[in-house]
Design a protein around this ligand. Structure first.
Ligand SMILES: [Zn+2]
Length: 191
């Protein structure tokens, strides 16, 4: 999947959690920071690609991406696995706690948002032709449906014309159907 589909899928996953989970009160800065953390989480697994959208978003990122590439392994290995979820989960928790010493944000919520984005990426990639090596280092790529020819090609017309607009529609539907929840969340921000 492309970066923008992963961004949208991460926010869709966050929306699903918002409507199904009772959330504690949080500040406006925590809300904004967590949305950012969620989209970064949604792109983070592709840091193993020097061309990843996330590398383009940081200064000199494409250069850093090329340098980091040999250390992160080939595309879709560690970062696209259960082991990767644990590794990135621990790393992001450590980094967010460090950041939490200087900025006033509820880092535990931000961490959950990051992880929701991260896992949504792996779920979305499972529907693509290449599949996902969930059980890395076991080199078996799991895909849905099992027949690779029936899966979605990254950047192909199905992704552009069906998946992306489909995810947009899901988000509009969720916000429309559950707007009292969102209204309450927004009210709580100004309490
Ligand atoms: Zn990926």
């Amino acid at each position: 999947m492309t970066g923008r589909t992963h961004d949208l899928a991460a926010l869709t996953a966050l929306n699903l959690v918002i409507i199904t989970t009772p959330l504690p009160d949080f500040s406006f800065s925590t809300a904004i920071f967590s949305i950012g953390a969620c989209t970064i989480g949604g792109l983070a697994p592709d840091l193993d690609q020097p061309t990843s959208s996330l590398w383009h978003k940081i200064p000199a990122g494409s250069l850093i991406g090329k340098i980091a590439h040999p250390f992160l392994g080939h595309h879709r290995t560690l970062s696209h696995s259960i082991l990767g979820i644990i590794f990135f989960g621990l790393l992001s928790r450590y980094l967010l706690n460090l950041l939490g010493q200087t900025i006033l944000v509820d880092m535990s919520l931000a961490w959950w948002a990051f992880m929701i984005g991260f896992v949504s990426h792996l779920i979305m990639d499972t529907f693509t032709t290449e599949g996902v090596p969930w059980f890395f280092p076991i080199p078996f790529h799991l895909g849905i449906p099992p027949l690779a020819a029936l899966r979605i090609k990254t950047g192909g017309w199905i992704e552009r014309l069906l998946v992306f607009p489909g995810l947009l529609a899901v988000n509009f539907y969720l916000i429309y159907s559950f707007y009292p929840i969102y209204l309450q969340l927004v009210k709580n921000l100004w309490k």
